[in-house]
Design a protein. Structure first.
Length: 258
């Protein structure tokens, strides 16, 4: 199953992606998590400590490797480079694994539009497509708010685009925008997860305002989640409740595919 997580800034995308990865790994699934946010912090939400990250660099910063595979230097415009570089060995070579979760950190992917079509863009997008299309594991991609990184060829392989929303109108607006973008590129299965809910009222507020979206479940406002972030550990390792809530979200997703 291929899952992408989106939503407005700070909505809880990384928290959901990280804990989902751990829950699935805990169920014995093979899983690849991909951090496609330039402000990479999926690692700590999965539970990689600073020590395990020490030597790991986001792929976007690996200039020599990008040059070797694409034939062009990072940021080089207008020169010739390989549009479909070899990427199939990257998941094994450049990932780190912890608690059964394999993590690939992409780093900053330059936008494809606006004339920038540079070497690292070609490499990172090829990699993302490869993982989504060819790998048979569970794949979870932590995106920034936009969907630019999901190339057209990959969209039919995305089983779920989950938009994380908070009980607030701005969040609902983002959900609608994301669905519009998803629609434009051919992703049909857009779901929502409500985060930071404090009451039944919050749940109803989200349900009623986004009643035309399939809803997978809720994550409560939870001081342990914030504490996990402050301590640089995974919420999964700190709190049973968030584990249970996100396990239910995964169950709902799997049921919806049946
Ligand atoms: N349910 C919750 N209860 C308490 N704190 C939460 C909850 N969900 C997320 N947080 C905290 O809010 C902050 C933002 O969450 P997170 O990083 O998961 O969001 P994001 O959507 O990935 O943000 P960004 O847009 O910056 O990538 C983090 O400090 C996180 O610990
Ligand atoms: Mg994030």
């Amino acid at each position: 199953m291929k899952i992408a997580v989106s939503g407005k800034g700070g909505a809880g995308k990384t928290t959901l992606a990280g804990v989902m990865a751990r829950v699935l790994a805990g169920r014995g699934k093979k899983i690849i998590a991909i951090d496609a946010d330039p402000d990479s912090n999926l690692a700590s939400a999965i539970g990689f400590g600073e020590e395990s990250l020490g030597p790991v660099k986001p792929l976007a910063l690996m200039e020599e490797f990008i040059a070797e595979r694409t034939g062009a230097r990072k940021g080089e415009y207008g020169s010739f480079f390989q549009l479909n570089p070899r990427v199939d060995d990257i998941p094994e070579r450049f990932s780190i694994t912890k608690e059964g979760v394999r993590l690939i950190i992409l780093g900053n992917i330059p936008q494809g539009g606006g004339g920038c079509f540079c070497a690292e863009n070609a490499l990172l997008r090829s990699l993302l497509s490869h993982v989504i299309i060819e790998r048979d594991e569970y794949v979870i991609v932590d995106l920034e708010a936009g969907l630019e990184h999901l190339g057209r060829g990959t969209t039919e392989y995305i089983d779920a685009l989950i938009v994380v929303v908070e009980p607030g109108r701005r969040s609902f607006q983002t959900a609608r925008q994301v669905r519009k973008l998803a629609d434009d590129i051919g992703i049909k299965k857009v779901y929502i997860v409500g985060n930071r809910v404090t009451s039944q009222e919050d749940r109803d507020f989200i349900r009623e305002n986004l009643e035309d979206f399939p809803l997978l479940g809720f994550i409560s406002q939870n001081e342990k989640i914030a504490e996990a972030d402050r301590r640089g550990v995974s919420p999964y390792d700190l709190d049973q409740k968030v584990r249970d809530e996100i396990a239910e979200i995964i169950d709902a997703l799997e049921d919806s595919g049946r």
